[in-house]
Design a protein around this ligand. Structure first.
Ligand SMILES: [Zn+2]
Length: 307
C-alpha cells in the first residue's frame, strides 16, 4: 500500500513499551492489540470490524476503496489487515460517511494517495475543533491535506469500482448534517453511515446538524434503496436486513412524534426523560436516557414550542 507502512517504528514502539513494564503488566491494548476481524460480503467486498466503526472494502484492479477509516489509533493495524485480506496493494478511495473520529481516523495516513470522498459539510466540520458526543472531547481540525478532496452537496452520485456499480448519496441532517450512504449495487450491499446503529442507540449529534426527524427521513431513504436480499451494514454492530431498517424507521417516527408533543407542552429535557418515550425499545436498544435527551434537544433548532 502507498500509506507509510513503517514496520520498523511499529516494532520499536512495541518492544520499547515492553521494556519498561514487566511481563504480565502490559496494558490491555498492547497485550492484545485491536480486536480486528473481517468477513466477506461478496466477491470483492469485505467488512472489517473492531476499528471503531464498521469499515467496508471494495477491491478492483486499481486497489481498494474503503468506506470509513476507523479510529486513528487503529488505522495502521486496520490498513495492514485490509491489505492482507483483500490482497490489494493500495487504497485509492476513502469515503468519510461523516466527520466523527471513528470514520475519519485513516484520513491523515491516506492523505495524498487516496481520493477522500465526503459530503461538503463533513469537509467543513473537519476544518474546526468540534466536540464529539457524548463525551464532547474536541476533535480536529484535520490537516488540510487530510480533509476530503472530493465533496458533493445534494442528491446522489454514481461511480464504478471494477465491475461494481456504486452509488453514494446524502442523508440530510440525521446523525450529523453530512451523512452519506454508499450502495454497492451489484453485490447488493448498502453501507448506511452514522444514522443506523445495530449496537445500541445511535448518537444524534445535534450540534453539527443531526435531528430525530432527519433520522426518520434517513431510514426512509435507506428502506427505499434496499430489497429483501440487501445486506445492510450499519455504522456499528452486525449486518442487518431491510426489515430491520423498517423497524428502526417506525421506532424513530414513534419517538419523534412523542417528543414533538412534549415540546408543544413546553416540557424540559429532564421531564421528557422521566416520561420514558423510548421505554418500549430499551430491551433491544439499551438504556434510552442519553438518546432521548439528544433527540429532544435536536428538535429545538427545528420546532418552536408554540408552533
Ligand atoms: Zn458518528
Amino acid at each position: 500500500m502507498k500509506y507509510p507502512l513503517d514496520r520498523r517504528s511499529f516494532i520499536k514502539t512495541v518492544t520499547g513499551a515492553a521494556a519498561v513494564v514487566s511481563l504480565g503488566q502490559l496494558p490491555a491494548a498492547f497485550a492484545t492489540g485491536p480486536q480486528l476481524s473481517s468477513q466477506s460480503l461478496g466477491d470483492n467486498l469485505w467488512l472489517f470490524t473492531g476499528a471503531g466503526c464498521n469499515v467496508v472494502a471494495c477491491k478492483d484492479s486499481d486497489g481498494v476503496a474503503l468506506v470509513d477509516g476507523g479510529l486513528e489509533a487503529q488505522s495502521k493495524e486496520l490498513l495492514r489487515r485490509v491489505q492482507k485480506d483483500t490482497g490489494a496493494d493500495r487504497v485509492h478511495t476513502l469515503f468519510n460517511t461523516h466527520w466523527h473520529p471513528q470514520q475519519t481516523g485513516s484520513n491523515e495516513r491516506l492523505a495524498g494517495t487516496a481520493t477522500i470522498i465526503a459530503h461538503e459539510n463533513t469537509r467543513l466540520w473537519l476544518e474546526y475543533a468540534n466536540p464529539v458526543p457524548p463525551q464532547n472531547k474536541p476533535y480536529g481540525p484535520l490537516p488540510a491535506k487530510a480533509r476530503p478532496d472530493k465533496t458533493f452537496y445534494w442528491d446522489s452520485v454514481k461511480t464504478q469500482f471494477g465491475d461494481e456499480p456504486v452509488e453514494y448519496g446524502y442523508l440530510p441532517q440525521a446523525h450529523t448534517d453530512g451523512d452519506v450512504y454508499v450502495f454497492f449495487r451489484k453485490s447488493n450491499v448498502l453501507v448506511t453511515g452514522g444514522p443506523v446503529s445495530n449496537q445500541g442507540w445511535p448518537i444524534i449529534d445535534y450540534r453539527t446538524g443531526g435531528w430525530i426527524m432527519g433520522l426518520d427521513d434517513a431510514l426512509k431513504t435507506l428502506v427505499g434503496l434496499a430489497d429483501d436480499n440487501t445486506k445492510v451494514v450499519p455504522a456499528n454492530g452486525p449486518v442487518m436486513t431491510k426489515a430491520d431498517l423498517v423497524a428502526q424507521q417506525r421506532m424513530y417516527a414513534d419517538i419523534g412524534g412523542q417528543l414533538g408533543r412534549f415540546m408543544r407542552q413546553s416540557l424540559g429535557p429532564d421531564e421528557v426523560i422521566a416520561k420514558a418515550p423510548a421505554a418500549a425499545y430499551e430491551a433491544k436498544m439499551g438504556d434510552s436516557k442519553l438518546f432521548v435527551d439528544q433527540a429532544f434537544r435536536s428538535l429545538w433548532g427545528h420546532m418552536a414550542p408554540d408552533a
